[in-house]
Design a protein around this ligand. Structure first.
Ligand SMILES: *Cc1c(COP(=O)(O)O)cnc(C)c1O
Length: 466
């Protein structure tokens, strides 16, 4: 399997190449040169497999010859062995034709564990084969950092440095990162905002001598391997509800468009998906695009579902590339205009194509709290604000008679304040995190200054390679 950039000016790479590279050199995102396709019989043969086995089979065509199947199978077994539900991604029924797929049974209680736990093992395996090492740097406002740290802690040949904005993550989120004691993990609390942290990471990548000296690598959601590792749970849910003999629909609480893009990819591989509903909070750029071809950036406003407080959904570029018949020049031009003017010019035919499959749905904070309360009263199920938007979006799916699955992307215990406001009491932390507040924290504090951050990264790497 070979990968090309959506902007057409970067080297063609194999799976290992795109795993380690993350972003393409031309600023584009890597996509498969050709999509694998499964037949009706192929889908049927996947029914009833344990999740780790299913994941290995679904991801394998994307890995190609880079990793032998038996090795991939073992890495998937190991990745999902640490989840605290035997089904890994259990499907629960909430109403007639309404289901939730629980994606929060991993070590950091959010869906990002599904991809990160496999990525950590893929990195270690590929680096061993090349006798190489990398330094992963990333910025986080909360969930991504903890999922990455959990996945890469203690792995050989990898240092990981995560920047978070000092005092601006929740205490649960900060402690999930700073209480990991592995020597290869460095947390830095930056005196600044999340955007400052992200700018510092971009500046480190733009500093070519530093980038090469440290062998910088990234595991943010533009890394193709993360998308690939998110396809299997759509397959698992669809098969459980009768696919390939019956269509299903999915509703996905969306930020960077990575999760819902994996659903699109499953459909592109032949899974019978009737509709994809993209759930947004008040930051509703995707809903405005789907309703009226209006992709115009407004300021980011904070909400009860912070992982969706995004205006520029980086993975949308992969869908745009497909909507534009895989024309790299047209994709690059639309992205350049979006960057320059804050408005993406999408041709009418491409927008119409998008709307045949995707619908948008928006829910504000008051609606989110009401949905949490209503669902709790009606079914006893407690959901987090992101999942609540997904469930409300699933109810709004324009797909009568089709079973619809809302992706429950975080555990309610990650957002105790919102839950308290909705139902008047706080959810307990699951047992794996019950002692989180007693654990010792370890992190550096740094000014919002590139030289200071680079010095911290260099010192961490030298400590571990000495
Ligand atoms: C990251 C995240 C999202 C958004 O996912 P994208 O792939 O960025 O669209 C939604 N919910 C939760 C809980 C998240 O952590």
């Amino acid at each position: 399997m070979r990968y090309v950039s959506t902007r057409g000016q970067a080297p063609v790479r194999d799976f290992s190449g795109v795993l380690l590279a993350g972003l393409a050199e031309d600023g584009g995102l890597y996509v498969p040169e050709a999509w694998p396709s499964l037949t009706h019989a192929d889908w049927r043969a996947l029914r009833g497999l344990p999740y780790a086995e299913l994941a290995a089979r679904v991801v394998h065509p994307f890995v190609g010859n880079c990793i032998p199947y038996a090795t991939l199978q073992r890495l998937c077994q190991e990745a999902y062995a640490g989840f605290d539900h035997p089904a890994v991604v259990p499907l629960i029924q909430l109403d007639h034709d309404l289901f939730a797929c629980e994606l929060f049974h991993g070590p950091t209680l959010a869906f990002k564990d599904l991809a990160m736990q496999l990525l950590g093992r893929l990195f270690e395996h590929v680096l061993a084969g090349q006798d190489a090492r990398v330094t992963i740097v990333g910025a986080t406002s909360g969930d991504t950092g903890s999922a990455a740290i959990e996945a890469f802690a203690g792995r050989e040949r990898i240092d990981i440095v995560i920047l978070h904005p000092e005092g601006r993550t929740s205490e649960v989120q900060r402690r999930q990162m700073t209480t990991v004691q592995a020597a290869n993990v460095t947390n830095v609390a930056v005196a600044g905002s999340f955007d400052d942290c992200q700018d510092l990471v971009k500046a480190m990548f733009a500093d070519t001598p530093f980038r090469q000296e440290m062998s910088l690598s990234a595991v943010n959601s533009i890394n193709w391997a993360r998308i690939a590792a998110q396809i299997p749970y759509y397959v698992a849910a669809a098969l459980a509800l009768g696919a390939p003999d019956r269509e299903v629909a999915f509703a996905v609480p969306t930020g960077n468009f990575g999760n819902v893009l994996a659903a699109w990819a499953a459909r592109r591989m032949g899974l019978p998906v009737a509709r994809l509903v993209v759930g947004s909070n008040r930051n509703d750029i995707l809903a405005r695009f789907l309703a009226a071809n209006d992709m115009t950036v407004r300021g980011v406003e904070p909400s009860l579902s912070p992982s969706m407080d995004i205006q520029v959904s980086s993975n949308f570029e992969r869908l745009l590339f497909e909507l534009l018949d895989r024309e790299p020049a047209a994709t690059a031009a639309a992205m350049a205009a979006f960057r320059a003017e804050g408005h993406m010019p999408v041709p009418d035919y491409a927008w119409r194509r998008a709307t045949t499959l995707f619908s948008g749905f928006t829910l504000d904070d008051a609606g989110t709290l009401a949905e949490i309360r209503r669902l709790h009263a009606a079914t006893g199920t407690l959901v987090d604000p992101h999942a609540a938007i997904g469930i409300a979006a699933a109810r709004a799916c324009p797909c009568p008679g089709v079973p619809t699955v809302a992706m429950a992307t975080a555990h309610p215990a990650k957002f105790p304040d919102a839950i308290q406001r909705a139902i008047g009491s706080r959810p307990p932390l699951p047992s794996r995190l019950a002692d989180l507040y007693e654990r010792t924290e370890r992190y550096h504090r740094a000014p919002n200054d590139l030289a200071a951050i680079e010095a911290l990264v260099r010192a961490a790497v030298q400590r571990n390679t000495a």
